[in-house]
Design a binder for this molecule. Structure first.
Ligand code: SF4
Length: 206
């Protein structure tokens, strides 16, 4: 039974992940974060978001697994969809990419359930996420934006100083609003949208 408490939580960034981790822990789940984000346009941005997810794991004393950055493979997966608008077919393919990898990671680790923090963002269509997630065994369709999940993610990000990016992640989302990346200090994590375990130094629980 204890194994059923375990859940692998795909996280796109620390702000989105924060409210989801807090909620799952409050429900008595044992959470392992999974940072899979080959959709991000460059390694520097991938590393920046990861460094804050490492802090998140430390603060809440949960495990973290990292999917190696392979933007070249992600670009292949979305070929032909570059001009799609955000929330369109490219994004569905992107959700599928990350959820497929999360499903494989969970299965390889013997974790029965997995879900994603993507649903906390008002910029993400939870129905589309569920559509692709439900094709994979173990997927838990959790709409984290419900019950003020996004507002809570903003509060936790402010409390812990998490980096809140101002664009979703891929170069095509940047192109659609080229002004966003230039002003990271004024960003908004509405846009917060890969195997191996790494040790995380625990920080005092809140
Ligand atoms: S806009 Fe965001 S969700 Fe859509 S393809 Fe780009 S990174 Fe993925």
């Amino acid at each position: 039974m204890a194994e059923n408490r375990k859940i692998l939580l795909h996280v796109c960034c620390a702000p989105c992940g924060s409210a989801c981790v807090e909620r799952l822990l409050a429900e008595g789940r044992e959470v392992i974060l999974y940072f899979s984000n080959s959709n991000i346009d460059c390694k520097a941005e991938f590393d920046r978001r990861l460094s804050h997810v490492e802090r998140l794991a430390g603060i809440f004393e949960v495990g973290l697994e990292i999917d190696p950055y392979r933007h070249d493979l992600w670009l292949e997966a979305v070929r032909g969809l570059e001009s799609e608008p955000e929330k369109g077919r490219r994004c569905l393919k992107c959700f599928t990419w990350n959820l497929e990898r999360a499903a494989r990671r969970a299965a390889a680790d013997g974790i029965a359930g997995f879900t994603t923090a993507l649903t906390v963002s008002p910029q993400k269509n939870s129905r589309l996420i569920f559509e692709t997630g439900r094709c994979r065994p173990g997927f838990e369709a959790r709409d984290f934006k419900k019950r003020d999940g996004f507002r809570r993610s903003v509060e936790l990000s402010a409390e812990f100083g998490f980096y809140r990016q101002n664009y979703c992640g891929c170069e095509f989302s940047l192109r659609q609003d080229s002004g966003r990346k230039q002003s990271p200090a004024a960003d908004s994590s509405d846009f917060s949208n890969s195997p191996g375990s790494i040790p995380v130094k625990p920080m005092p629980r809140r």
